[in-house]
Design a protein around this ligand. Structure first.
Ligand code: ADP
Ligand code: MG
Ligand code: MG
Length: 885
């Protein structure tokens, strides 16, 4: 197996490993792919990810074999370009680029113009007939290499440049002449020598290996680790290194550099979209140093911008580019994100990959590409990341609400967000950690800000275009972002900012509209999302391909209605205790709990019966004809107890008991470990009259709704926290007896089921026996995770992130089901339950029912449905379809 692969020129591109992202990384694989289909790619080579893993494992040593392979690969570039690396007369220059399997901010930044030294710079000046270009390239190289590879403070170099310009009375970099750059190079070298005690490396091979080493080392940088953790990327993938002949976008007015998308990544519209800069190199576009210009004439005109688009300024090169766009889309069957350079009129391709996109764009592209015949319906369903739908399901700003607009920037990532201004990433993380909504405001963002961007509701930057770091990362994370708002100026010392003529301070509230780039003072009202159009189409397609049903966890008529609009096909979990907390009822609930005996409890329960019946009626009306799983009372009673003096006094008044007496009763009910205490069916076993009242309310309400509307709901009565067959037997008998009584009174019958939650390990193990009584199981994976891991969800915050950091848990097991452990219990219970009762209904109602990875597992086990919170219902529908495909 090769450790190095060459591409471009006459390289073979025949080894399938070369086009495998796991071996050559995303960038390397696609460079080879582009070269092999005949696109103009500067020649180069890729060192495999395997070599990175080996290097890190061996403690940072390059093998002799690798050194030899790199030397050979370098002669491939030299041959293809017709220049030699380090040749003083006519030097080959290269870029050194990192490239992991997936694009990963946090990795080493690219080093351009490598191979320049005091001698080769003269050769470059002579052969290019442009001394200014040569010295500019050299100073860029020293600055980049010193920052990225040598780890020196880039501020020192920027300062030196500023002083040089000031001395000359220049305003812009473009005023610097060849001699000025040359003088600056001397100063730069002085800075390097001073800072690191050794001169800037003149040996081009030392430069090359230094850069390769820096790429490998960057895999284990803190920035990269943070990004991996946030995105569930394994630490053992490693990164590839790409070394590629330089092409120059900074060779005058017929040269340029740019980034482009084959379709609009924000809206999904089928229109080329991009930014470019004349006479510029590489990162100039993304870094936001100069404001990039529009690629197409249409985009320029729509924005009312002056500087010519590439289409107008360089029609020939633009024509080459447009052809490449179409070719690449057809080749990859997906929207491509492209980086290119034009050197003296000739187009060169430097990168392509499937482009990041907003959820809205993902839907539109999937639907349109399917109708264009580029992809089929299944692929379209698989194209949309279910979690990204979250962006669309949440409210946007009310167009009719008043807006105090401070300024307008670029609409870099859609959605709306309000929050308190924070000025750095750490503060964002801290404030968000204590539950505040924050907006991160920066001049521009860098990979070091990722954790803060993640913690923020939205991001505002003063500099940078639509393809700036902030924009790209925000779109990927689904955060709303307004970039390039140049009216924003930040005073980090005073921790204030000025927007136009308005002064604001850290902590003030700001609202962003990522749809149009507006930045507003204060909080602005929001409206509900639009679920028709492309969203509806993808959902219809998803529904055609999924096997599992999708239900919702809801207990208010409003939530039920919303869930039905989102496509819920029933209720998987209606928690009755939420109804007990209602201010008008809590007093009756407390009377019931604190009663001395059954008679006392029954008296209080009689007050609750009509209330519960009304609750269920309202739900049954919304859920007409659909299954509704109602869980009987579950939480430990002590959660309902009065706490403050006022509550005790109020209760004393209604019950006629003294406060002291009530306090004593409350103390008696105190539990050391209520989550494992007097809760779940243990309440129904000890106080059957509670469950009896609830069952009566359910059946009376169901009969009334069936009589009134003709459409009978199907109540599924669920017994919580069982671990034995006998518990279910007793509770089922109680429910059946109550149902019989109600049906006799109402003169009708109804279909209903009695089943159990499976949320204790013993219940999973004894599922075969339990299924003799239960006609359905609903996996309560929140409690099942707590009880299987012996981890209390409410107390896990203190150590869980450390556990995830140290790789003990791949992901938070309360977010994504622990398939290896808890999953076994689910699987085993499903098998044992089915063995006893082949038609037993199986579902999941824990938080995991809305998590795509957990949903995929549910499909594997063959559950009948998943149940998720209302906002997660569309996510679950799509994830269930993807799991089935
Ligand atoms: P990133 O992964 O951060 O995008 P890249 O390795 O793609 O980093 O490099 C960033 C930019 O540097 C490219 O978009 C391109 O403009 C420029 N660049 C990289 N290699 C070359 C090269 N060989 N010739 C000219 N420009 C290059
Ligand atoms: Mg970069
Ligand atoms: Mg790139």
């Amino acid at each position: 197996n090769n450790s190095v692969y060459t591409f471009g020129g006459n390289a073979p591109h025949s080894d399938p490993r070369q086009k495998d992202k796991t071996i050559t990384g995303g960038k390397g694989a696609n460079l080879a792919e582009m070269a092999s289909i005949g696109l103009p790619v500067p020649p180069g080579f890729t060192i495999t990810t395997e070599e990175c893993v080996r290097y890190l494992r061996d403690g940072g040593d390059f093998s002799d074999a690798l050194r030899a392979d790199v030397a050979t690969a370098l002669t491939h570039i030299e041959g293809a370009v017709g220049k030699r690396f380090g040749d003083a007369a006519d030097p080959l220059l290269v870029s050194v680029r990192s490239g992991a399997r997936v694009s990963m901010p946090g990795m080493m930044d690219t080093v351009l113009n490598l191979g320049l030294n005091d001698k080769t710079v003269q050769g470059l000046a002579a052969t290019s007939e442009d001394a200014r270009f040569a010295w500019d390239s050299y100073r860029r190289f020293i600055q980049m290499y010193s920052d990225v590879v040598l780890g020196l403070d880039h501020g020192l170099f920027e300062e030196a440049l500023e002083i040089a310009k000031e001395d000359k009375g220049y305003f812009a970099d473009t005023e610097m002449e060849a001699d000025d750059w040359q003088a600056l190079v001397d100063e730069y070298k002085g800075i390097v020598a001073q800072e690191q005690g050794t001169p800037f490396p003149q040996d081009v091979n030392e430069q090359l290996w230094g850069a390769i080493r820096a790429v490998f080392d960057s895999w284990d940088s803190d920035r990269a680790k943070v990004y991996r953790r946030l995105n569930d990327i394994p630490g053992d993938w490693g990164t590839a290194v790409n070394v590629q002949a330089m092409v120059f976008g900074n060779m005058g007015d017929t040269s340029a550099t740019g980034v482009a998308f084959t379709r609009d990544p924000a809206t999904g519209e089928r229109a080329y979209y991009g930014e470019w800069l004349v006479n510029a190199q590489g990162e100039d576009v993304v870094a936001g140093i100069r404001t990039p210009q529009y690629l197409t004439r249409a985009a320029r005109e729509a924005a009312g911008a002056k500087p010519l688009s590439m289409e107008e300024a360089m029609p020939d090169a633009y024509g080459q580019l447009a052809k490449v766009f179409d070719l690449l889309e057809n080749h990859y069957c997906d929207m491509q994100d492209i980086e290119f350079t034009v050197e003296r009129g000739k187009l060169w391709m430097l990168q392509t990959r499937s482009g990041k996109r907003t959820a809205k764009a993902a839907l539109r592209m999937a639907v349109e590409m399917a109708s264009e015949g580029l992809i089929d319906e299944e692929t379209a369903v698989l194209r949309v990341d279910p979690m990204a739908l979250d962006q669309l399901l949440h409210p946007t700003l009310d167009p009719n609400a008043a807006r105090d607009v401070l300024t307008t920037g670029l609409p870099a990532s859609p959605g709306a967000a309000s929050g308190k201004i924070v000025l750095d990433a750490d503060t964002a993380e801290q404030w968000a950690g204590r539950g505040e909504k924050v907006i991160l405001v920066r001049v521009e963002t860098s990979p070091e800000d990722i954790h803060g961007m993640h913690a923020a509701q939205g991001i505002l930057t003063a500099r940078g275009g639509m393809t700036s770091h902030a924009a790209v990362v925000a779109r990927g994370m689904g955060r709303c972002c307004v970039s390039g708002a140049s009216a924003v100026s930040i005073d980090m010392k005073a921790r204030t900012l000025r927007i136009g003529n308005r002064e604001l301070a850290e902590g003030d509230t700001l609202t962003l509209d990522g749809g149009n780039g507006q930045v507003m003072a204060g909080e602005v009202a929001t409206i509900e999302p639009e679920l028709a159009g492309d969203f509806g189409t993808i959902m219809d397609w998803a529904d055609r391909h999924r096997r599992m049903k999708v239900r919702t966890n809801a207990e208010t008529p409003a939530d039920c209605k919303m869930a039905v609009q989102f496509g819920a096909e029933g209720i998987g979990l209606c928690r009755t205790e939420h109804m007990f907390f209602d201010a008008n009822r809590i007093s009756a609930v407390r009377q019931m709990i604190l009663a001395e005996d059954e008679a006392g409890r029954r008296k209080a329960l009689a007050k609750l019966l009509p209330e519960q019946r009304a609750d269920f009626r309202a739900i049954f009306e919304v859920m007409a004809g659909l299954p509704v799983t109602i869980r009987l009372l579950d939480p430990p009673l002590h959660e309902f107890l009065p706490t403050g003096d006022a509550e005790f006094e109020e209760l004393a008044e209604v019950t006629g008991y003294g406060v002291d007496h009530l306090r004593r009763r409350a103390d008696e009910l105190h539990e050391f470990n209520p989550m494992l205490g007097h809760r779940g069916c243990r309440l129904g076993i000890t106080y059957p009259e509670i469950y009896e009242m609830q069952a009566r309310a359910i059946f009376e309400a169901a009969c009334e709704v069936a009589d009134a509307s003709g459409e009978a709901p199907v109540p599924e009565v669920m017994i919580p926290l069982v671990s034995t067959r006998r518990e279910v037997e007793l509770m089922k008998a109680l429910v059946d007896k109550t149902a019989g009584e109600v049906f006799a009174e109402k003169g009708r019958t109804l279909e209903y089921l009695v089943g159990t939650m499976i949320e204790l390990p013993r219940a999973a193990l004894m599922a075969g026996e339990i299924a003799e009584q239960a006609t359905f199981f609903s996996f309560g994976t929140n409690d099942l995770t707590q009880t299987t891991l012996g981890v209390s969800r409410d107390d896990a915050g203190r150590f869980l992130s450390t556990y995830v950091d140290k790789g003990i848990f791949a992901r938070d097991p309360f977010v994504s089901l622990d398939v290896d452990g808890v999953g076994q219990l689910v699987q085993l219970a499903a098998e044992r339950g089915r063995a006893t009762r082949p038609d037993i209904k199986l579902g999941i109602c824990g938080e995991h029912g809305g998590d795509p990875a957990s949903i995929a597992f549910c499909e594997e086990v063959g559950l009948d449905y998943v149940s998720a919170s209302p906002y997660r219902v569309p996510i679950a529908r799509l994830a269930a379809a993807q799991a089935a495909l």
